[in-house]
Design a protein around this ligand. Structure first.
Ligand SMILES: Nc1nc2c(c(=O)[nH]1)N[C@H]1C(S)=C(S)[C@@H](COP(=O)(O)O)O[C@H]1N2
Ligand SMILES: [Mo]
Length: 223
């Protein structure tokens, strides 16, 4: 098994994220994904309608920018490209060229993704993991899965996709751990300005505390 540079395999798949000790957001009775931004008309997609689109399964490893990787995950759902072509592209005016997307979760988390990266063949809006419905720890009701980009691109609890014609302002511009805009794991694009190799030790030091705090907010309490 080969992992991307600077990654170490972990056993299992920990809950991890900026939510820290917060519990996952409750799943609405009729969850929706809003499509907004540079569209002719904002629309609301019902998550249950995703089941009507062709389904796709992938097996992939999951790489957090902090340096852990969960291996051999089986995700299922709809290819983002399928959803985009069927439901989103018709909302774009002919003279508008989309370059970036913002994926937002029910907890307010956001990721900014280049359209070209989001349209890659292994990018899913996933509602199942390892043959079971996605649980709240890992992003219920649906999450973005882009296995060749670091975890922070993979927005959980997806509720909104915003279209942009240029790079939207980044929320973490002045953060010491400002994230790389493409976040491609095989290029080790961890940090916006610093080489991925150089930030490895700093990021790795964050794994323990973030993992412990995220587990505190977990619904599933393994003992
Ligand atoms: N909504 C939401 N999505 C999120 C996060 C978050 O805090 N909230 N954290 C990101 C980060 S940094 C990582 S590494 C992965 C972790 O996914 P997991 O909790 O399923 O392991 O989710 C990403 N997506
Ligand atoms: Mo992460």
């Amino acid at each position: 098994m080969t992992l991307p540079p600077g990654q170490r395999a972990v056993v299992g798949f920990p809950r991890f994220g900026t939510h820290l000790h917060h519990p996952p957001p409750p799943v609405p009775a009729d969850p929706v994904i809003e499509i907004g931004g540079a569209v002719t008309e904002a629309v609301t997609l019902h998550v249950t309608d995703l089941a009507k689109l062709p389904q796709q399964e992938i097996e992939a490893d999951f790489h957090c920018v902090a340096g852990w990787s969960a291996t051999g995950l089986r995700w299922a759902g709809v290819k983002f490209e399928t959803l985009y072509r069927a439901q989103v592209a018709p909302l774009i005016a002919p003279d508008t060229t989309i370059s970036h997307l913002v994926f937002e979760g029910l907890d307010g988390f956001q990721s900014i993704v280049l359209l070209e990266d989001a349209l890659a063949g292994d990018v899913l809006i996933a509602d199942r993991l390892d043959g079971r419905p996605l649980d709240s720890d890992h992003g219920a009701p649906v999450r973005l899965v882009s296995p060749r980009q670091y975890g922070f691109i993979n927005t959980k609890h997806l509720c909104r996709i915003e279209l942009h014609t240029s790079a939207p302002p980044v929320p973490d511009r002045w953060s010491p751990i400002a994230s790389h805009p493409r976040a491609r794991v095989w290029h080790e694009e961890r940090h916006r300005l610093l080489p991925g190799r150089a930030v490895r030790p700093v990021y790795r030091a964050l794994i323990g505390p973030i993992r412990a705090l995220s587990a505190r907010g977990s619904r599933v309490r393994p003992r």
